[in-house]
Unconditional design. Structure first.
Ligand code: ZN
Length: 476
Protein backbone atom coordinates (compact mmCIF):
# COMPACT_ATOMS: atom_id res chain seq x y z
CA UNK A 1 0.00 0.00 0.00
CA UNK A 2 1.33 3.38 -1.01
CA UNK A 3 0.76 6.40 1.20
CA UNK A 4 -0.96 9.40 -0.31
CA UNK A 5 -0.98 13.04 0.73
CA UNK A 6 -4.73 13.30 1.06
CA UNK A 7 -8.03 11.58 0.36
CA UNK A 8 -11.00 13.33 -1.22
CA UNK A 9 -14.39 11.66 -0.80
CA UNK A 10 -17.42 12.76 -2.79
CA UNK A 11 -20.80 11.28 -1.97
CA UNK A 12 -23.79 11.37 -4.30
CA UNK A 13 -26.59 10.60 -1.88
CA UNK A 14 -28.74 7.70 -3.07
CA UNK A 15 -26.99 7.25 -6.44
CA UNK A 16 -27.63 3.74 -7.72
CA UNK A 17 -24.76 2.83 -10.01
CA UNK A 18 -26.84 1.56 -12.93
CA UNK A 19 -27.80 5.11 -13.93
CA UNK A 20 -24.20 6.29 -14.28
CA UNK A 21 -23.82 5.21 -17.91
CA UNK A 22 -26.42 7.54 -19.40
CA UNK A 23 -26.69 10.72 -17.43
CA UNK A 24 -23.35 11.52 -15.88
CA UNK A 25 -20.55 11.91 -18.46
CA UNK A 26 -17.85 13.03 -15.99
CA UNK A 27 -18.60 10.23 -13.57
CA UNK A 28 -18.87 7.76 -16.43
CA UNK A 29 -15.46 8.59 -17.85
CA UNK A 30 -13.95 8.66 -14.34
CA UNK A 31 -15.37 5.19 -13.70
CA UNK A 32 -13.54 3.84 -16.73
CA UNK A 33 -10.26 5.35 -15.57
CA UNK A 34 -10.53 4.14 -11.96
CA UNK A 35 -11.42 1.02 -9.96
CA UNK A 36 -15.17 0.41 -9.87
CA UNK A 37 -16.47 -1.89 -7.14
CA UNK A 38 -19.55 -3.22 -8.91
CA UNK A 39 -20.86 -5.23 -5.94
CA UNK A 40 -20.56 -2.61 -3.21
CA UNK A 41 -23.36 -2.68 -0.65
CA UNK A 42 -25.00 -0.48 1.94
CA UNK A 43 -26.21 -1.53 5.39
CA UNK A 44 -29.60 -2.40 6.86
CA UNK A 45 -31.72 -0.37 7.02
CA UNK A 46 -30.46 1.14 3.76
CA UNK A 47 -31.14 4.58 5.22
CA UNK A 48 -28.91 7.65 5.07
CA UNK A 49 -28.01 8.12 8.74
CA UNK A 50 -27.40 4.41 9.37
CA UNK A 51 -25.25 4.30 6.23
CA UNK A 52 -23.47 7.56 7.09
CA UNK A 53 -22.46 6.24 10.49
CA UNK A 54 -21.18 2.97 9.04
CA UNK A 55 -19.22 4.97 6.46
CA UNK A 56 -17.78 7.24 9.17
CA UNK A 57 -16.91 4.55 11.72
CA UNK A 58 -16.19 1.43 9.65
CA UNK A 59 -18.65 -0.44 11.87
CA UNK A 60 -22.11 -1.98 11.51
CA UNK A 61 -25.19 -0.67 13.37
CA UNK A 62 -24.72 -3.31 16.11
CA UNK A 63 -21.61 -1.38 17.14
CA UNK A 64 -22.27 2.26 16.24
CA UNK A 65 -25.84 2.35 17.54
CA UNK A 66 -27.54 4.41 14.81
CA UNK A 67 -29.94 1.53 14.25
CA UNK A 68 -32.42 3.34 11.99
CA UNK A 69 -33.11 6.80 10.59
CA UNK A 70 -35.74 7.08 13.34
CA UNK A 71 -36.27 4.92 16.42
CA UNK A 72 -38.43 5.21 19.50
CA UNK A 73 -36.90 6.27 22.82
CA UNK A 74 -40.03 7.35 24.73
CA UNK A 75 -38.00 8.71 27.67
CA UNK A 76 -36.40 11.24 25.32
CA UNK A 77 -39.01 11.91 22.63
CA UNK A 78 -42.71 11.44 23.36
CA UNK A 79 -45.34 11.05 20.67
CA UNK A 80 -42.97 10.21 17.81
CA UNK A 81 -39.74 8.41 17.09
CA UNK A 82 -36.42 10.10 17.74
CA UNK A 83 -35.50 11.51 14.32
CA UNK A 84 -31.77 11.26 13.62
CA UNK A 85 -32.11 13.99 10.96
CA UNK A 86 -32.80 16.46 13.76
CA UNK A 87 -29.86 18.18 15.43
CA UNK A 88 -32.12 18.88 18.40
CA UNK A 89 -33.06 15.20 18.81
CA UNK A 90 -29.42 14.12 18.58
CA UNK A 91 -28.52 16.76 21.16
CA UNK A 92 -31.12 15.32 23.54
CA UNK A 93 -29.66 11.86 23.03
CA UNK A 94 -26.13 13.17 23.59
CA UNK A 95 -27.16 14.70 26.92
CA UNK A 96 -27.99 11.17 28.09
CA UNK A 97 -25.47 8.92 26.35
CA UNK A 98 -23.01 8.88 23.44
CA UNK A 99 -24.89 9.35 20.15
CA UNK A 100 -22.47 7.04 18.36
CA UNK A 101 -21.11 4.24 20.53
CA UNK A 102 -17.73 3.74 18.84
CA UNK A 103 -14.97 5.90 17.46
CA UNK A 104 -14.93 7.23 13.92
CA UNK A 105 -12.43 8.06 11.22
CA UNK A 106 -12.32 11.56 12.71
CA UNK A 107 -10.90 10.15 15.97
CA UNK A 108 -8.32 8.03 14.15
CA UNK A 109 -7.17 11.02 12.10
CA UNK A 110 -6.99 13.32 15.12
CA UNK A 111 -4.91 10.78 17.05
CA UNK A 112 -2.41 10.86 14.18
CA UNK A 113 -2.41 14.67 14.01
CA UNK A 114 -4.45 14.69 10.82
CA UNK A 115 -7.49 16.69 9.87
CA UNK A 116 -10.85 16.07 8.23
CA UNK A 117 -13.17 18.69 6.80
CA UNK A 118 -16.67 17.95 5.53
CA UNK A 119 -18.94 20.09 3.37
CA UNK A 120 -22.35 18.55 3.97
CA UNK A 121 -25.58 19.30 2.10
CA UNK A 122 -27.81 16.64 3.68
CA UNK A 123 -29.83 16.87 6.88
CA UNK A 124 -28.32 18.43 9.99
CA UNK A 125 -28.34 15.02 11.66
CA UNK A 126 -26.52 13.36 8.77
CA UNK A 127 -23.89 16.13 8.89
CA UNK A 128 -23.51 15.44 12.62
CA UNK A 129 -22.87 11.74 12.00
CA UNK A 130 -20.05 12.08 9.45
CA UNK A 131 -17.77 13.10 12.33
CA UNK A 132 -19.75 12.92 15.54
CA UNK A 133 -17.06 14.35 17.85
CA UNK A 134 -15.99 17.00 15.35
CA UNK A 135 -15.84 19.88 17.87
CA UNK A 136 -13.84 17.97 20.49
CA UNK A 137 -11.45 16.83 17.75
CA UNK A 138 -11.06 20.44 16.55
CA UNK A 139 -12.04 19.44 13.02
CA UNK A 140 -14.66 21.01 10.78
CA UNK A 141 -18.03 20.04 9.39
CA UNK A 142 -20.03 22.59 7.43
CA UNK A 143 -23.77 21.97 7.54
CA UNK A 144 -25.87 23.69 4.91
CA UNK A 145 -28.62 23.99 7.55
CA UNK A 146 -26.79 26.74 9.38
CA UNK A 147 -25.16 27.70 12.65
CA UNK A 148 -27.95 26.56 14.94
CA UNK A 149 -27.90 22.97 13.61
CA UNK A 150 -24.24 22.10 13.88
CA UNK A 151 -21.55 21.36 16.44
CA UNK A 152 -19.17 23.66 14.54
CA UNK A 153 -21.07 26.96 14.02
CA UNK A 154 -17.79 28.81 13.48
CA UNK A 155 -17.31 26.81 10.26
CA UNK A 156 -20.71 27.95 9.00
CA UNK A 157 -19.91 31.56 9.94
CA UNK A 158 -16.57 31.43 8.13
CA UNK A 159 -18.12 30.01 4.97
CA UNK A 160 -21.12 32.34 4.94
CA UNK A 161 -18.85 35.36 5.35
CA UNK A 162 -16.85 34.25 2.32
CA UNK A 163 -19.51 32.65 0.07
CA UNK A 164 -22.67 34.52 0.97
CA UNK A 165 -25.99 33.48 2.54
CA UNK A 166 -26.89 29.78 2.67
CA UNK A 167 -28.81 28.65 -0.43
CA UNK A 168 -32.57 28.00 -0.53
CA UNK A 169 -33.53 24.34 -0.19
CA UNK A 170 -35.83 24.19 -3.26
CA UNK A 171 -36.13 20.77 -4.90
CA UNK A 172 -34.32 19.83 -7.16
CA UNK A 173 -31.55 21.14 -4.93
CA UNK A 174 -29.65 22.93 -7.69
CA UNK A 175 -28.86 25.93 -5.48
CA UNK A 176 -27.41 23.62 -2.84
CA UNK A 177 -25.22 21.91 -5.46
CA UNK A 178 -24.00 25.23 -6.80
CA UNK A 179 -23.16 26.55 -3.31
CA UNK A 180 -21.41 23.33 -2.22
CA UNK A 181 -19.40 23.35 -5.46
CA UNK A 182 -18.10 26.86 -4.81
CA UNK A 183 -17.22 26.13 -1.19
CA UNK A 184 -15.57 22.75 -1.78
CA UNK A 185 -13.48 23.84 -4.77
CA UNK A 186 -12.80 27.37 -3.55
CA UNK A 187 -12.15 26.70 0.12
CA UNK A 188 -11.66 23.03 1.03
CA UNK A 189 -9.52 22.13 -2.00
CA UNK A 190 -7.58 25.40 -2.04
CA UNK A 191 -4.61 26.41 0.10
CA UNK A 192 -4.08 24.24 3.19
CA UNK A 193 -6.06 21.20 2.00
CA UNK A 194 -7.20 18.84 4.82
CA UNK A 195 -5.94 15.23 4.95
CA UNK A 196 -9.51 14.07 4.34
CA UNK A 197 -11.86 16.33 2.37
CA UNK A 198 -15.46 15.12 2.22
CA UNK A 199 -18.18 16.56 0.00
CA UNK A 200 -21.64 15.11 0.67
CA UNK A 201 -24.16 16.09 -2.01
CA UNK A 202 -27.80 15.53 -1.15
CA UNK A 203 -28.68 14.70 -4.75
CA UNK A 204 -29.94 12.69 -6.58
CA UNK A 205 -31.60 11.35 -3.40
CA UNK A 206 -33.93 14.28 -2.70
CA UNK A 207 -35.11 14.71 -6.28
CA UNK A 208 -35.66 10.96 -6.74
CA UNK A 209 -37.80 10.95 -3.59
CA UNK A 210 -39.91 13.85 -4.86
CA UNK A 211 -40.13 13.33 -8.62
CA UNK A 212 -39.11 9.75 -9.36
CA UNK A 213 -35.95 8.05 -10.56
CA UNK A 214 -36.38 8.70 -14.28
CA UNK A 215 -38.19 12.05 -14.15
CA UNK A 216 -36.98 15.09 -16.12
CA UNK A 217 -36.10 16.69 -12.77
CA UNK A 218 -33.95 13.65 -11.93
CA UNK A 219 -32.06 13.97 -15.21
CA UNK A 220 -31.42 17.68 -14.70
CA UNK A 221 -30.18 17.25 -11.14
CA UNK A 222 -27.92 14.35 -12.11
CA UNK A 223 -26.39 16.49 -14.84
CA UNK A 224 -25.86 19.30 -12.31
CA UNK A 225 -24.28 16.91 -9.77
CA UNK A 226 -22.05 15.55 -12.52
CA UNK A 227 -20.89 19.08 -13.36
CA UNK A 228 -19.93 19.54 -9.72
CA UNK A 229 -17.98 16.31 -9.99
CA UNK A 230 -16.17 17.59 -13.10
CA UNK A 231 -15.18 20.75 -11.23
CA UNK A 232 -13.89 18.69 -8.28
CA UNK A 233 -11.82 16.59 -10.72
CA UNK A 234 -10.31 19.78 -12.16
CA UNK A 235 -9.52 21.09 -8.68
CA UNK A 236 -7.87 17.80 -7.70
CA UNK A 237 -5.75 17.85 -10.86
CA UNK A 238 -4.31 21.20 -9.73
CA UNK A 239 -3.30 19.96 -6.26
CA UNK A 240 0.34 19.14 -5.54
CA UNK A 241 1.28 15.65 -4.37
CA UNK A 242 -0.72 12.44 -4.42
CA UNK A 243 -4.49 12.42 -4.00
CA UNK A 244 -6.90 9.49 -3.76
CA UNK A 245 -10.48 10.16 -4.87
CA UNK A 246 -13.29 8.00 -3.55
CA UNK A 247 -16.63 8.49 -5.30
CA UNK A 248 -19.55 6.80 -3.61
CA UNK A 249 -23.16 6.68 -2.56
CA UNK A 250 -24.73 5.61 0.73
CA UNK A 251 -27.55 3.42 -0.69
CA UNK A 252 -29.62 3.12 -3.88
CA UNK A 253 -33.33 3.73 -4.45
CA UNK A 254 -36.26 1.81 -5.87
CA UNK A 255 -39.72 2.92 -6.95
CA UNK A 256 -42.82 2.85 -4.77
CA UNK A 257 -45.56 0.69 -6.24
CA UNK A 258 -48.34 0.57 -3.61
CA UNK A 259 -48.97 2.57 -0.45
CA UNK A 260 -50.03 0.86 2.76
CA UNK A 261 -51.04 2.57 6.02
CA UNK A 262 -49.52 -0.01 8.36
CA UNK A 263 -50.48 1.92 11.50
CA UNK A 264 -54.17 1.99 10.51
CA UNK A 265 -54.14 -1.64 9.37
CA UNK A 266 -52.57 -2.85 12.61
CA UNK A 267 -54.97 -0.82 14.70
CA UNK A 268 -57.93 -2.14 12.73
CA UNK A 269 -56.81 -5.64 13.70
CA UNK A 270 -56.52 -4.73 17.37
CA UNK A 271 -52.76 -4.18 17.66
CA UNK A 272 -52.04 -1.04 19.75
CA UNK A 273 -49.32 0.23 17.38
CA UNK A 274 -48.50 3.67 16.00
CA UNK A 275 -45.69 5.67 14.48
CA UNK A 276 -47.01 8.59 16.58
CA UNK A 277 -47.72 6.71 19.80
CA UNK A 278 -50.00 8.07 22.50
CA UNK A 279 -50.52 6.62 25.98
CA UNK A 280 -52.83 3.93 24.56
CA UNK A 281 -50.20 2.54 22.17
CA UNK A 282 -47.81 -0.18 23.23
CA UNK A 283 -45.87 -0.69 19.97
CA UNK A 284 -43.85 1.96 18.15
CA UNK A 285 -43.57 1.91 14.35
CA UNK A 286 -41.53 3.92 11.86
CA UNK A 287 -42.20 4.64 8.18
CA UNK A 288 -40.77 4.30 4.69
CA UNK A 289 -39.97 0.98 3.02
CA UNK A 290 -39.19 -0.67 6.38
CA UNK A 291 -40.12 -0.19 10.01
CA UNK A 292 -39.21 -1.12 13.52
CA UNK A 293 -41.73 -2.65 15.90
CA UNK A 294 -40.70 -1.74 19.43
CA UNK A 295 -42.52 -2.40 22.67
CA UNK A 296 -42.80 1.00 24.29
CA UNK A 297 -43.18 -0.30 27.83
CA UNK A 298 -40.47 -2.96 27.70
CA UNK A 299 -43.02 -5.79 27.49
CA UNK A 300 -42.29 -7.92 24.42
CA UNK A 301 -45.52 -9.90 24.85
CA UNK A 302 -47.18 -8.43 21.75
CA UNK A 303 -44.31 -9.42 19.43
CA UNK A 304 -45.76 -12.85 18.62
CA UNK A 305 -49.07 -11.34 17.56
CA UNK A 306 -47.25 -8.68 15.54
CA UNK A 307 -45.15 -11.34 13.76
CA UNK A 308 -48.21 -13.41 12.88
CA UNK A 309 -49.91 -10.29 11.60
CA UNK A 310 -46.93 -9.36 9.39
CA UNK A 311 -46.47 -12.85 7.97
CA UNK A 312 -50.14 -13.05 7.01
CA UNK A 313 -49.86 -10.06 4.70
CA UNK A 314 -48.68 -10.16 1.08
CA UNK A 315 -47.21 -6.66 1.18
CA UNK A 316 -44.65 -7.42 3.90
CA UNK A 317 -41.12 -8.46 2.98
CA UNK A 318 -38.59 -9.77 5.49
CA UNK A 319 -39.09 -9.99 9.26
CA UNK A 320 -36.18 -9.92 11.74
CA UNK A 321 -36.35 -10.44 15.49
CA UNK A 322 -33.93 -9.68 18.29
CA UNK A 323 -31.75 -12.76 18.56
CA UNK A 324 -33.04 -13.77 22.01
CA UNK A 325 -36.62 -13.73 20.67
CA UNK A 326 -36.11 -15.69 17.43
CA UNK A 327 -36.85 -19.07 18.95
CA UNK A 328 -40.22 -17.90 20.26
CA UNK A 329 -41.12 -16.13 16.98
CA UNK A 330 -41.19 -18.80 14.24
CA UNK A 331 -40.43 -17.61 10.72
CA UNK A 332 -38.26 -14.67 11.79
CA UNK A 333 -34.58 -14.28 10.97
CA UNK A 334 -32.17 -13.11 13.69
CA UNK A 335 -31.19 -9.43 13.65
CA UNK A 336 -27.53 -10.38 13.92
CA UNK A 337 -27.66 -11.59 10.29
CA UNK A 338 -28.10 -7.95 9.24
CA UNK A 339 -25.46 -6.83 11.75
CA UNK A 340 -27.84 -5.60 14.45
CA UNK A 341 -27.79 -6.38 18.15
CA UNK A 342 -27.19 -3.02 19.81
CA UNK A 343 -28.86 -2.06 23.11
CA UNK A 344 -30.93 0.42 21.09
CA UNK A 345 -32.32 -2.17 18.69
CA UNK A 346 -36.07 -2.77 18.56
CA UNK A 347 -37.52 -6.25 19.07
CA UNK A 348 -38.59 -6.51 15.41
CA UNK A 349 -37.77 -5.02 12.04
CA UNK A 350 -39.67 -5.65 8.85
CA UNK A 351 -39.26 -4.53 5.27
CA UNK A 352 -42.07 -3.86 2.82
CA UNK A 353 -42.25 -6.40 0.01
CA UNK A 354 -40.02 -5.55 -2.92
CA UNK A 355 -39.38 -7.08 -6.33
CA UNK A 356 -36.92 -6.66 -9.18
CA UNK A 357 -39.73 -5.74 -11.60
CA UNK A 358 -38.98 -2.68 -13.70
CA UNK A 359 -40.68 0.63 -12.96
CA UNK A 360 -42.18 3.05 -15.48
CA UNK A 361 -38.69 4.45 -16.13
CA UNK A 362 -37.36 1.01 -17.06
CA UNK A 363 -35.31 0.64 -13.88
CA UNK A 364 -35.57 -2.61 -11.90
CA UNK A 365 -36.76 -2.50 -8.29
CA UNK A 366 -40.19 -1.70 -6.86
CA UNK A 367 -41.77 -2.02 -3.44
CA UNK A 368 -44.79 -1.41 -1.27
CA UNK A 369 -44.27 1.47 1.15
CA UNK A 370 -45.74 2.95 4.28
CA UNK A 371 -45.67 6.68 3.36
CA UNK A 372 -43.19 9.59 3.39
CA UNK A 373 -43.01 9.88 -0.42
CA UNK A 374 -45.49 9.90 -3.32
CA UNK A 375 -46.59 6.80 -5.18
CA UNK A 376 -44.25 6.22 -8.15
CA UNK A 377 -41.36 8.07 -6.54
CA UNK A 378 -38.10 6.76 -5.13
CA UNK A 379 -37.54 5.17 -1.72
CA UNK A 380 -34.95 3.12 0.15
CA UNK A 381 -34.47 1.43 3.49
CA UNK A 382 -35.14 -2.22 2.70
CA UNK A 383 -33.08 -5.13 1.45
CA UNK A 384 -33.82 -5.11 -2.27
CA UNK A 385 -30.58 -5.38 -4.23
CA UNK A 386 -31.20 -2.00 -5.91
CA UNK A 387 -31.62 -0.29 -2.54
CA UNK A 388 -28.50 -1.97 -1.20
CA UNK A 389 -26.15 -1.61 -4.18
CA UNK A 390 -24.07 1.53 -3.89
CA UNK A 391 -21.74 3.45 -6.14
CA UNK A 392 -18.10 2.97 -5.15
CA UNK A 393 -15.36 4.04 -7.55
CA UNK A 394 -11.81 4.75 -6.37
CA UNK A 395 -8.84 6.26 -8.13
CA UNK A 396 -5.55 6.22 -6.29
CA UNK A 397 -2.00 6.84 -7.55
CA UNK A 398 -0.47 3.54 -8.73
CA UNK A 399 -3.76 1.79 -7.95
CA UNK A 400 -5.63 -0.72 -10.05
CA UNK A 401 -8.07 0.28 -12.79
CA UNK A 402 -11.05 -1.63 -14.12
CA UNK A 403 -13.84 -3.45 -12.31
CA UNK A 404 -13.80 -5.49 -9.12
CA UNK A 405 -16.81 -7.68 -8.31
CA UNK A 406 -15.66 -8.87 -4.88
CA UNK A 407 -17.99 -8.12 -1.96
CA UNK A 408 -17.26 -4.77 -0.31
CA UNK A 409 -19.31 -2.33 1.70
CA UNK A 410 -19.62 1.00 3.44
CA UNK A 411 -17.75 -0.34 6.47
CA UNK A 412 -14.63 -0.70 4.29
CA UNK A 413 -14.28 2.96 3.40
CA UNK A 414 -13.00 4.45 6.68
CA UNK A 415 -10.35 1.71 7.08
CA UNK A 416 -9.33 2.32 3.45
CA UNK A 417 -8.87 6.04 4.08
CA UNK A 418 -6.97 5.32 7.31
CA UNK A 419 -4.61 2.90 5.60
CA UNK A 420 -3.95 5.22 2.66
CA UNK A 421 -2.94 7.95 5.13
CA UNK A 422 -0.89 5.61 7.32
CA UNK A 423 -3.30 6.00 10.24
CA UNK A 424 -4.24 3.21 12.65
CA UNK A 425 -7.96 2.48 12.94
CA UNK A 426 -9.98 -0.46 14.20
CA UNK A 427 -13.05 -1.31 12.14
CA UNK A 428 -15.35 -4.16 11.20
CA UNK A 429 -14.55 -3.51 7.56
CA UNK A 430 -11.20 -3.90 5.82
CA UNK A 431 -9.23 -1.71 3.42
CA UNK A 432 -10.45 -2.04 -0.17
CA UNK A 433 -8.19 -4.03 -2.51
CA UNK A 434 -6.92 -0.98 -4.41
CA UNK A 435 -3.57 -2.39 -5.49
CA UNK A 436 -3.98 -6.18 -5.70
CA UNK A 437 -7.20 -8.14 -6.13
CA UNK A 438 -8.30 -10.16 -3.11
CA UNK A 439 -6.71 -13.58 -3.11
CA UNK A 440 -9.71 -15.30 -1.52
CA UNK A 441 -12.89 -16.14 -3.39
CA UNK A 442 -16.09 -15.24 -1.57
CA UNK A 443 -18.76 -17.68 -0.47
CA UNK A 444 -22.50 -17.06 -0.57
CA UNK A 445 -24.51 -17.91 2.54
CA UNK A 446 -28.28 -18.13 2.27
CA UNK A 447 -30.32 -17.92 5.48
CA UNK A 448 -33.97 -18.81 5.08
CA UNK A 449 -36.99 -19.48 7.27
CA UNK A 450 -40.58 -20.41 6.72
CA UNK A 451 -43.67 -20.49 8.89
CA UNK A 452 -47.32 -21.11 8.06
CA UNK A 453 -47.00 -20.33 4.35
CA UNK A 454 -44.64 -17.41 4.86
CA UNK A 455 -41.01 -17.76 3.76
CA UNK A 456 -38.06 -15.41 3.36
CA UNK A 457 -34.37 -15.55 2.58
CA UNK A 458 -31.36 -13.36 3.19
CA UNK A 459 -28.19 -13.69 1.13
CA UNK A 460 -24.80 -12.80 2.56
CA UNK A 461 -21.37 -12.72 0.96
CA UNK A 462 -18.54 -14.09 3.09
CA UNK A 463 -14.91 -13.26 2.45
CA UNK A 464 -11.78 -13.33 4.63
CA UNK A 465 -13.89 -13.85 7.77
CA UNK A 466 -16.18 -10.89 7.09
CA UNK A 467 -19.82 -10.89 6.01
CA UNK A 468 -21.59 -8.40 3.75
CA UNK A 469 -25.34 -8.25 3.23
CA UNK A 470 -26.07 -9.01 -0.42
CA UNK A 471 -29.88 -8.75 -0.53
CA UNK A 472 -33.02 -10.37 0.83
CA UNK A 473 -36.31 -11.62 -0.59
CA UNK A 474 -39.75 -12.58 0.62
CA UNK A 475 -40.31 -15.92 -1.11
CA UNK A 476 -43.92 -16.90 -0.38
ZN1 ZN B 1 -28.93 8.80 1.62
Amino acid sequence: MTDVDRVVVIVFDGLRPDVIENTTPNLHSFAHDALWFTEARSVFPSMTRVATTSFATGHWPMTHGIVNNAFHIPELVRGSALNTASFEHLSRLKAREPVVTCESLGHALAAAGKRMEAIHCGSAGAAYLVNHDVAALQQETFSIHGEASTQTPQTVRRIVSEYGPLPPQDIPKLASLEYANRVFVGSTLTGDVPDVALLWLVEPDTTWHHFGLGSPEAHSVLRAADEVFGNVLDAISRLPGRTTLITMSDHGQITTASEVDITAAMQADGLPASHLPGPEHRLGLTRGSMSEIRSLNGDSGLCAAACDWLMNRDDIGLVFARDDLVESLPGTLPQSLVMHGHDRDAELYFTMRASDETDKWGLPGQCAFISDVELGCGIHGGLNRYELTTTLIVKTPDGRRGRDASPVGLVDIAPTVAELLGVRMSAAGAPLPLFEPRAALHKVEVASTSHAGYSQELRLNLIDGRAYIDHGNRLT
